[in-house]
Design a binder for this molecule. Sequence first.
Ligand SMILES: Cc1ncc(COP(=O)(O)O)c(C=O)c1O
Length: 448
Amino acid sequence: MSVPTTSSSLFSRNLRKDYPIAIRGEGCWIVAADGRRYLDASGQAAVVSIGHGVPQIGRAMAEQSNQIAFAHTTQFHSQSAEKLAARVLAIAPTNFREGGRVYFTSGGSEATETAIKLVRQYFLEAKQPARYRIVSRKQSYHGSTLGAMSVSGNVGRRAPYAPMIPEWGHVASCFCYHCPFDKTYPECNLACADDFEVFVQNNDASTVAAFIFEPVVGATLGAASAVDGYTARIGEICKKHGILLIADEVMCGMGRTGKPFACEHWGLEPDIILTGKGIASGYAPLGAVLVAPRVVEMYEQGTAAFMHGFTYQAHPVATAAGNAVFDFLEAHQLLQRVEPMGRELRTALSKLEAHPNVGQVRGLGLLQAVEFVKDKISREPFPKEAGIAEKIRQAALEKNVLTYPSQGTVDGTRGDHVLLAPPFTISAAECQLIGDALQYAVEKVFSV
Ligand SMILES: Cc1ncc(COP(=O)(O)O)c(C=O)c1O
């Protein structure tokens, strides 16, 4: 007999689950229809940067909508999209500044799809039609559409659709806490980066078009950063073999790690950067593909026409939201808050580190995670069935704190962490509430 589903008309994420109705947002808080207030310690899914309920954003969107809500990009550009593109390029790594361009989408997955096709056509324009493979990393997430899933290495999210997605090659991630080679940095000599080079050598380098990676891996590994030297080595390998480099900063970009783009922590200058989430802080569905001048030039010298498009690309109202979010970030100097508030959050979480089942607290800026282990010495994870991440989420929820739980941290199946990515407006007192809620959760979940 089937278990009854809810009465919702939405095809929800889980048809058996009741979801509270969110009716209002106030800074770092979400208020539900029953009056309950939740502290948004995860910025939902690392989306909300300026906080909830900022009225200026809605006003800017309404103003744009009243002027012109929509004009198709085959016929018009809009002032709001032009303005936002210039602003995004102005904060991008320096190689994007002179002659870079931006392709706006309605979210991160569309940005990945766009990049995959952009790269393929780049090599057609370059008269290198054999290049089509986009190599990516195990334990990564680049989106939920089929093209984006073909590069994603998130085993759990890929599995049901495996027969429908091509396999272009997945190489090791840079993840020292569970190093896939059982080595230690820096003695490892960046074996994880070499894994990419070995793959390219063994799989006909002339078919490889691009390498895509998250400089700070968000949902899949839980705020795991590249180590010093890694991105430089990856850049060298790409250069040596004529491969384009794509940094997926859908989650870690737009200031979340303390720099406008995370690749700037290592001075990396990719050919393409993907972003989303924070670019409109959740006020509108918006993503972006930043294209470096050398890629743009190849198109300019070729057909100049990208064979790709979405009805809602560069949407005037969505990009107006992006501009208003940019204005708010600038007016309140919110990017400058990320590093100090990241330290504040880390201090609030520091007590957790003594717990025998807390393996590591890690992250950059306001993209942090807590990983849970069965054994602190061997770093052995709990079995999947123990459902630790979800139990932690539920326990933290008892304290009205919202976290972003994930499983599969270690190998795609085993391993648990919760991601924390609060709005940049978070206060020290709110950081403490997050620390206290997780302390409570850890004590509750591991006491049995
Ligand atoms: C690194 C990364 N890339 C791509 C995506 C897909 O973005 P979206 O869910 O907006 O389609 C995500 C979403 O979590 C992400 O974290």
